[in-house]
Design a protein around this ligand. Structure first.
Ligand SMILES: C[S@@+](CC[C@H](N)C(=O)[O-])C[C@H]1O[C@@H](n2cnc3c(N)ncnc32)[C@H](O)[C@@H]1O
Length: 224
């Protein structure tokens, strides 16, 4: 496969976000699943998001753009770029920051592909709830690591954490017939190893079944 070519498994992780799914996303995922299945309420994730949001911000896999829209950080991200394999999510998100007189740039691409340098230079890069949708081991998912600025986000772990009945049922469904997740082997130790291979400073907190991370000072560029 040619470098940068998007695999069917990558497409599987992104193409589920139709306009109908996105219409239900803030309630079903951000409100109910985050609270009762993954046990990391969206308000706590918003605090993490607000803490790390920079003036020139790249948001990878923005979904509905809820975090971007709710952010109150004084940086308030005056320059926003969105990147996703799914154009529905960027179209929906783009309408939201526009409410605050911000018009995001949009870029269609996979988190696993090197970012074209013309896309921009960023103070912060976010990937919230994206890696559990991305195929491969942590070493393979780690191709996405190495951005300049702070790289922060969150991901639902499949192993090494205690899932409740609701979480186990959703993981079985999403990793199975729905093919929206690929996180059965995602463990906290593997995430730390992969992030530490790419960045000098790595901070990871696991709450419920979610790993929340922030990493600084890349050891390499994403293109390498
Ligand atoms: C579960 S949603 C997360 C949305 C939002 N960031 C949040 O925290 O609620 C996953 C997002 O990642 C995107 N996505 C999935 N696989 C991707 C990939 N390989 N490259 C870029 N975006 C991807 C999806 O299209 C969707 O926008």
């Amino acid at each position: 496969m040619a470098a940068g070519e998007v695999t069917q498994a990558e497409k599987d992780g992104a193409e589920k976000y139709s306009r109908a799914v996105l219409a239900a996303y803030d309630t079903f995922v951000l409100k109910w699943s985050n609270t009762y299945a993954w046990r990391y309420p969206r308000e706590r994730l918003l605090t993490h998001y607000d803490t790390h949001l920079g003036g020139r911000h790249l948001d990878i896999g923005p979904g509905t753009g809820w975090y971007l829209h709710q952010a109150t950080s004084s940086a308030a991200a005056p320059e926003i770029t969105l990147m996703d394999l799914n154009t529905n999510t960027m179209a929906m998100t783009a309408g939201r920051p526009a409410d605050r007189n911000i018009t995001p740039e949009v870029h269609t691409g996979s988190i696993l592909a090197p970012i074209d340098p013309t896309v921009g230079v960023f103070d912060s890069v976010a990937a919230n709830f994206v890696f559990h949708c991305v195929p491969g081991t942590w070493a393979q998912k780690g191709r996405a690591f190495g951005h300049d600025g702070v790289f922060f986000g969150s991901t639902i772990l499949g192993t090494g954490v205690q899932h409740n009945l609701f979480g186990r049922a959703l993981c079985a469904l999403y990793n199975g017939p729905i093919k929206a997740f690929d996180n059965s082997a995602d463990d906290p130790g593997g995430l730390r190893t992969a992030l530490s291979a790419a960045f000098d400073t790595v901070d990871i907190t696991v709450v419920g079944t979610v790993a929340v991370f922030a990493a600084h000072r890349p050891r390499r560029t994403p293109a390498q």
